[in-house]
Design a protein around this ligand. Structure first.
Ligand SMILES: [Zn+2]
Length: 237
């Protein structure tokens, strides 16, 4: 720790920048995150979706051309616009809070006070460090405080937070915290099991490893409740 501080306060300005770049690059490859909230600019939603698509298209065209590709080719011609639309309208539409699914609560008429587990929710998201997919299964559980939500809403919430450039730890926490707010209880658990293409298709090229992250709130921090949840999600299919 101390050594790192010394390195960063080195009086040579250029060297300082180089070192902080190295640390940031390493942070990306190690998939570390800096905060629970997605880092957003203050002007994040000043532009309309159509304005964003129009702005991204020439940038993506420039990337392809810089790589040496000939965009006069019929197969490539439409790619920049296609990618711009896909980013704004599909893959990253969850950046905008206006796209958060509505979460209607119902009274828990059956007085079902046991754990409810929704397991094997498929999710697809993109790593914010490499902009390539990571995907897998999310398992979500809560203990009702008197309110319940429709099961499909749990899937929708997972999908909403997945449609951002993400880090798996943050995605897991964002889902957990949002559920705590919506369901008005701390008793929420989330576990995510994912494969990262930035680990399997490049870098260390490890295609057998999975990454597992978890969020345990309220009663789920107690050993018995946690174990009950883990037992349910262990049962395959
Ligand atoms: Zn990555």
């Amino acid at each position: 720790m101390k050594q790192k501080e010394t390195l960063l306060t080195t009086p040579l300005k250029d060297q300082k920048i180089e070192l902080s770049h190295l640390i940031i690059e390493e942070m990306g490859d190690e998939h570390k995150t800096s905060s629970v909230d997605t880092p957003l600019r203050s002007d994040a939603f000043d532009k309309t979706d159509d304005d964003k698509i129009a702005a991204i298209e020439p940038h993506f065209r420039a990337i392809m051309e810089t790589l040496g590709m000939d965009l006069n080719d019929d197969s490539l011609r439409g790619t920049p616009l296609r990618v711009a639309k896909m980013y704004v309208k599909e893959l990253f539409q969850g950046l905008n809070p206006a796209n958060m699914p509505s979460m209607t609560l119902f009274e828990n008429k059956f007085q079902y006070n046991e754990m409810l587990v929704e397991k094997n929710i498929n999710f697809y998201t993109n790593c914010e460090h490499h902009f390539v997919p990571f995907f897998g299964k999310a398992h979500v559980a809560y203990i009702s405080s008197g309110k319940v939500i429709g099961l499909s809403k749990l899937n929708r919430l997972v999908e909403y937070f997945s449609k951002r450039p993400q880090v798996q730890e943050r995605l897991t926490m964002q889902i957990g915290k949002a559920l705590q707010t919506v369901l008005q209880t701390q008793d929420v658990a989330v576990m995510m099991d994912a494969k990262h293409l930035c680990v399997s298709s490049r870098g260390v090229k490890d295609d057998s490893s999975n990454t597992i992250t978890s969020f345990f709130g309220g009663k789920f921090q107690e050993e018995n409740t946690k174990l009950e949840f883990l037992k349910y999600i262990e049962l395959n299919d």
